[in-house]
Design a protein around this ligand. Structure first.
Ligand code: BGC
Length: 386
């Protein structure tokens, strides 16, 4: 209705705030109005990222910010240092300052209920970024990758690396039994459960028939989860496993790791225990180790044969989806979902846009990561982004 009024700038602002308070414009549940879209430079979007400790979130934050700014919006980008109260405060401030829409990658997916309620009360839409925010009806949209398939891809890469499957997914020549250990991400991250479920559904048959042996016996997510996805915690757990389970000559042949940072911790523990490159005469070969995110240090490990694989998730495309959804909301439209079934957050099924993922082994680095412009060949060679 407000679109029909001949608005001066001042009355546009008034109309917008009335629309926000009133809880929606005509014909849709959206609180946006056409006036906002006409003037992005008056619109600030809050972007809340979990931590700068992991490269991917830095790339995500930068990509979202740049793409929104290219469209003329103002962006308030904050990192919360993996600290839940910090993220809560940052979101509180964004809402108080009047940010018109929030894009949030949660640290603890269950800890943002009151912030999201405040956002809804202020008429601001919330896009859950990569990690689903749980237990709140005020999540308006979810952009992510197909997280169950990430887990399937990680398990498949483990099976392929061990030679149980060939690269086309057919049975390979290796028969086992192979000793493996399992790791999962942070239990408060919804994704960690999807990754682990996808992986375990894929590995189960091989564990059941004895091809794979989880020597520690630790197969439940609660036993193998790493709080806050911390590299040091993963290193410590691998060290403990080596001492408790592999101290009488048995060797680890494979490790399911859901994230490159954890994989680096696991690799350090193994290297300290005498595992090394297969080329070192006498060294115990490094197990087949999986990963996720194609972090540059891990891509170098893959190029050098230390880590076997990673799952590449193109954060540029995820940022693009978040921005597309944000712009739709700000225009008063509904963003296009490609999944409306999978992501039940405990309060509602959140309409989602899910992107596909790519498994990267050594032979794929050039095609998937260099040719696509994600890294330069020089960065891969150095193991460092420039
Ligand atoms: C993300 C992964 C990432 C992990 C640790 C997950 O929620 O989906 O890409 O490796 O968090 O940061």
């Amino acid at each position: 209705m407000s679109r029909k009024l001949g608005l001066t700038a001042a009355s546009a602002v008034l109309a917008l705030s009335l629309a926000a308070c009133g809880g929606g414009g005509a014909g849709s549940s959206s609180s946006g109005s056409g006036g906002e879209a006409a003037n992005p430079s008056d619109t600030t979007i809050g972007v809340s990222m979990p931590t700068k400790e992991s490269e991917r979130w830095i790339a995500d934050g930068n990509n979202v910010k740049k793409q929104l700014e290219d469209k003329g919006y103002k962006v308030d980008l904050q990192y919360a240092n993996n600290d839940i109260p910090t993220q809560q405060q940052q979101l509180d401030q964004m809402i108080t300052k009047g940010d018109k829409l929030l894009i949030v990658a949660a640290i603890d997916g269950t800890a943002l209920g009151s912030q999201l309620q405040a956002a809804a009360d202020a008429g601001s839409k919330v896009i859950s970024y990569d990690r689903l925010i749980r237990d709140s009806k005020n999540v308006d949209f979810y952009v992510s990758f197909d997280n169950y398939k990430v887990g399937v891809a990680q398990a498949t890469a483990l099976l392929t690396g061990l030679g149980i499957l060939d690269k086309d997914g057919n049975p390979g020549t290796a028969k086992g039994p192979f000793n493996i250990e399992l790791f999962a991400g942070s239990l408060d991250d919804n994704n960690a459960h999807f990754f682990f479920d996808g992986a375990m559904d894929t590995l189960k048959k091989y564990i059941d028939d004895g091809t794979l042996v989880v020597k520690s016996g630790q197969t439940k997510i609660e036993q193998v989860a790493i709080l806050r996805w911390e590299q040091e915690t993963a290193q410590k757990r691998m060290e403990d496993l080596l001492t408790s389970t592999y101290n009488s000559g048995d060797k680890v042949n494979g490790v399911l790791s859901p994230y490159d940072g954890l994989s680096r911790g696991i690799i350090t523990a193994l290297q300290n225990a005498g595992y090394g490159p297969t080329t070192d005469s006498g060294a115990q070969p490094m197990p087949i180790i999986t990963g996720q995110d194609a972090e540059i240090a891990s891509v170098k490990f893959i190029a050098d044969g230390v880590q076997s694989s990673t799952i590449f998730k193109d954060t540029r495309l995820l940022a693009e989806q978040a921005v597309t959804a944000a712009v739709a909301f700000l225009k008063g439209d509904t963003p296009k979902a490609n999944d409306t079934k999978t992501y039940d957050n405990g309060q509602k099924v959140v309409p989602s846009y899910l992107l596909p993922v790519v498994t990267v082994y050594k032979d794929d680095i050039q095609k998937e990561l260099v040719d696509t412009g994600y890294y330069t060949a020089d960065e891969v060679a150095k193991g460092q982004a420039s």
